[in-house]
Design a protein around this ligand. Structure first.
Ligand code: PEP
Ligand code: MG
Length: 578
């Protein structure tokens, strides 16, 4: 059998399926049996949850992760808390509701109460309470824990969807590939899969029910295909293709240390997109001109409370020190859309990508924004930090964000805490309304970075993660190039830097056009650095300008793609990016 989807991250994987399903409790009010049985059921579930938490605490303490160790130690205490335990037992003994119902209502009642208190430390415990409750209910349902950070063997993960927090904490050693029913080339899971060089095919509808655990599949993440029930011959063909791909990748990697200069001597800045201060993220630093996008929101994921000012300060400082005075563009919290946050109980929205996302959410939660701005300012003394606001859709947004920054600066000045007074403040251009005000934005921002992932989705009105509309999400749409040309022109007129940090920068065909449109800064995932440098070394600016001129005059994405395919010679078979 053959299934098709979208390539999220290139490569070929052959291996066993690991079906992953995030647990979602279904609670009925009716007790399943007499109170005695329900009480015994509760004790069994509580014991199982205790064992899991103890194992997690031990594992993280053995690996020296003190933060996670402390979280699970605290959760264990809550699980075994006498008052909570007594309330649950009393509730079950009354025989009115099922044990699961009682567990849920007791934990929820405490979580709501904690949230309502003034002390932010106690408020943060609410997320822990909900986390424990879900664990306890899963144990009540007698379902095993599924944890992508500790996989039993090398596998291909198959899921309906993966949250960025799932992918960010993935057991990289044992993940051969990723296969999901949702998502597209610029969904955040795809971006992380690319950074980790894990082949991924996304948007394959119905694949979860079509596959069985441990069944062998071939993931052809070059052509966006999945093969099942294949012959030995097919298997060996794909094994050869896999080897060929790896060899090609190794060849391209030779370009990683080259200086990115075009044949007509124009130096292009190649920067790195990062999501944390983890050593594997910073590996490629030495080959790049800076961090063109530090997605700070990943520091907030997979935890029950937002990081404190001190934690953020330490992480930002670590990155700045690694870059040793090359610019690091720290993007303020960009949560919402396809990036939910466990430590913030965000309401469900009908259209999350058009909802209270990123800067909008920071304005709604000024304390979280203020903490981040303070941490960033403090870290700015340790290198060249540039601060960037995401999802700016109007000049009011930009001015309001800058006013928040001024308040944080004022506070630090009054506390005599040092920071860089000349810190550059810029913005993402990813919403068409602000792109069309580029002339004005360029006067008030010190720099800009074009977020093509969102710009394409908002310009073409096609959700970047919805496979049903992936044909409408067109990176090669001439309107995308025209808008980028417009933005680049106005920023250049003001002498302000403008780069591209969306996945288009790592798409070798499209990146050629970007250079032709005047973009001189491309910020890409670690896996694309070498390929982009290779492309730069073989494309003159003169030729790129010619291509760009024609592309902006074409009328469909298909025409643009066809034209670039004919005119651009690439030594790599896969175009990359999205
Ligand atoms: C973008 O939108 O292009 C971008 C870089 O931001 P993100 O992918 O994190 O939304
Ligand atoms: Mg974006």
């Amino acid at each position: 059998m053959k299934y098709t989807g979208t390539t999220g991250s290139a490569g070929i994987a052959i291996g066993k399926v690991y079906l992953y399903q995030r647990f979602q409790p279904e609670i009925t009010m009716e007790p399943a049996g007499p109170p005695d049985c329900e009480l015994l059921h509760y004790r069994t579930a509580q014991n199982a949850a205790r064992k899991e938490l103890e194992a997690l605490r031990t594992r993280f303490s053995e690996t020296g992760n003190s933060e996670q160790t402390a979280i699970f130690a605290a959760q264990l205490e809550i699980l075994l808390d006498e008052t909570i335990d007594e309330e649950i037992r009393n509730g079950i003994s009354s025989g009115e509701c099922s044990g699961a119902w009682v567990i849920h209502s007791v934990f929820e009642q405490y979580a709501a109460m904690f949230e309502g208190l003034d002390d932010p430390i106690i408020q943060e415990r609410a997320a822990d309470l909900r986390d424990i409750c879900v664990r306890l209910l899963r144990c009540w349902a007698d379902l095993p824990e599924q944890n992508l950070s500790a996989l039993p063997e090398p596998v291909i993960i198959v899921a309906h969807d993966l949250l960025p927090s799932d992918t960010a904490t993935l057991d990289r050693k044992n993940t051969l590939g990723i296969l999901t029913e949702t998502g597209g080339g610029t969904s955040h899971s795809a971006i992380i899969a690319r950074a980790y060089e894990i082949p991924a095919v996304l948007g394959v509808s119905g694949i979860v029910s079509a596959l069985k655990n441990r069944q062998e599949v071939i993931l052809d993440a070059i052509n966006g295909k999945v093969l099942t029930n294949f012959s030995l011959e097919t298997r060996s063909t794909y094994e050869s293709k896999r080897q060929e791909y790896l060899q090609q990748q190794a060849y391209t990697k030779q370009f990683i240390a080259r200086e990115p200069v075009t044949p007509d001597n124009v130096r292009i800045l190649v920067e790195l997109n990062i999501a944390s201060a983890a050593p594997q993220e910073l590996e490629a630093v030495k080959y790049t001109d800076g961090a063109g996008l530090f997605r700070s929101e990943f520091l907030y994921m997979g935890r029950s409370a937002p990081p404190t000012e001190e934690e953020q300060f330490q992480a930002y400082r670590k990155v700045l020190m690694a870059y040793n005075h090359r610019p690091v563009i720290l993007r303020t919290l960009d949560i919402g859309g396809d990036k939910p946050l466990a430590c913030l109980d965000l309401p469900k929205e009908e259209n999350p990508f058009l909802g209270e996302r990123a800067l909008r959410l920071c304005f709604r939660h000024p304390e979280i924004f203020h903490t981040q701005l303070r941490a960033a300012l403090r870290a700015s003394s340790f290198g060249q930090l540039w601060l960037m606001f995401p999802m700016v859709s109007s000049m009011e947004d930009l001015r309001r964000a800058k006013a928040c920054l001024e308040r944080a600066k004022e506070e630090l000045r009054s506390e005599r805490v040092p920071f860089r007074e000349d810190l550059k403040t810029g913005m993402m251009i990813e919403v068409p309304s602000i792109a069309l005000l580029a002339d004005q934005a360029a006067k008030e921002a010190d720099f800009a970075s074009i977020g093509t992932n969102d710009l394409i989705q908002y310009l073409t009105a096609a959700d970047r993660g919805n496979p049903a509309v992936s044909d409408y999400y067109q990176a090669y749409h001439p309107a995308v190039f025209r808008l980028i040309r417009y933005v680049a022109r106005y920023f250049a007129a003001q002498g302000k830097p403008v780069g591209v940090c969306g996945e288009m920068g790592g798409n070798l065909l499209a990146a050629t056009v970007l250079i032709g449109l005047g973009i001189r800064q491309l910020s890409v995932g670690a896996a694309s650095v070498a390929a982009v440098k290779q492309m730069i070394s073989s494309t003159s600016c003169e030729k790129a300008e010619e291509l760009a001129k024609t592309v902006c005059g074409l009328s469909t994405a298909g025409e643009v793609y066809q034209y670039l395919r004919e005119k651009v010679t690439l030594s790599h078979s896969f175009i990359g990016g999205s």
